[in-house]
Design a protein. Structure first.
Length: 308
């Protein structure tokens, strides 16, 4: 399993706690430990009793989902605070909230700023989180990162149907058209591109140990973000998995990112995986354990009292 510790971020609103429910469902399926962290939404002031409410939520989730849940005593006053905890986890789950402030346009949204400081995968939810994912679309290219994306999707929910999707770029075809190449030649070039993409997808499915599950694949032509969104919509997939290169705020502002555009178009949950993703390190785990011992609080285990 790739998920041993899952961090769920909530502002204790209905939407935030729905993300916690999704994280609990995944933690139960992956047999992972679930950590809850309070983070006030955007510029809102923190709740005065957030520690009490977060503890009550942890107790309720542990009892309902049957997982080990820890309510973190530290809270996310800054993106740096959240990144510290994300670096001790294998997956961070939070509710997606579109940001319309001008400053977010230039420096990136809250989750983008967190992802620049961590190599943890981030699941942005829109659903209520009470039902497992029925179908997951994994948007892949033909680099080494593709195998990691598929494996993470397989580990996330062993009940879901997994489909690999690749959007074929039409950049080279556009160059042929602009050079007035005969249509028959363009058609032949397009056919070869599609055949090559399907061959690569087939080889990718055969190289992955899916534990007896059948991996399907599809291709479409055009802009990667738009075609991924359209395919997710057409197939009714409830989760889309996309990769993300690590970029500076300036470069992301100038060139954009496929993951951000898919997020803006789609209404499904999105799992964004950094290409340089790393599982939580032993050093980070030691820091986490030391923090847990030092804060005087324990984890809630299903059917038990707080463990010290």
């Amino acid at each position: 399993m790739h998920y041993k510790t899952i961090l769920a971020v909530t502002d204790l609103s209905v939407e935030g706690n729905q993300a916690v429910q999704r994280a609990a469902l995944l933690a139960a399926n992956c047999r992972a430990e679930l950590h809850l962290m309070y983070v006030p939404i955007l510029q809102n002031p923190p709740c005065l009793n957030h520690e009490i409410r977060l503890g009550e939520l942890a107790r309720s989730v542990s009892s309902g989902a049957g997982v080990c849940v820890k309510a973190l005593s530290c809270w996310g006053a800054t993106v740096e605070d959240v990144a510290v905890q994300a670096n001790c986890a294998d997956l961070m789950v939070l509710s997606y909230r579109p940001e319309r402030e001008i400053v977010s346009f230039f420096r990136g949204t809250w989750h983008q700023r967190v992802m620049r400081l961590t190599r943890c995968a981030v699941l942005l939810t829109r659903s209520h989180g009470r039902q497992p994912y029925a179908k997951i679309v994994v948007a892949v290219n033909f680099t080494e990162s593709a195998r990691q994306l598929v494996q993470l999707a397989l580990d996330l929910d062993d009940r879901a149907q997994i489909e690999l999707f690749h959007a074929i770029s039409r950049t080279d075809e556009a160059k042929l058209r602009s050079a007035d190449v005969p249509w028959e030649v363009v058609k032949m070039f397009r056919g070869r591109q599609e055949a090559y993409a399907r061959k690569c997808l087939y080889e990718l499915t055969q190289s992955i140990d899916a534990g007896g599950r059948i991996l399907t694949f599809s291709t479409k032509s055009g802009d990667a973000a738009r075609q991924t969104f359209l395919h997710q919509k057409d197939t009714g997939a409830t989760l889309t998995v996309v990769g993300k290169r690590r970029r500076s705020a300036a470069l992301e502002f100038l060139s954009g990112a496929v993951s951000s555009r898919v997020l803006g178009l789609s209404s499904a949950d999105i799992l964004i995986v950094p290409h340089d993703r790393q599982p939580s390190s032993r050093a980070a785990a030691k820091l986490r354990i030391a923090a847990e011992r030092g804060d005087g609080r324990g984890a809630f285990l299903p059917g038990r009292e707080t463990v010290r």
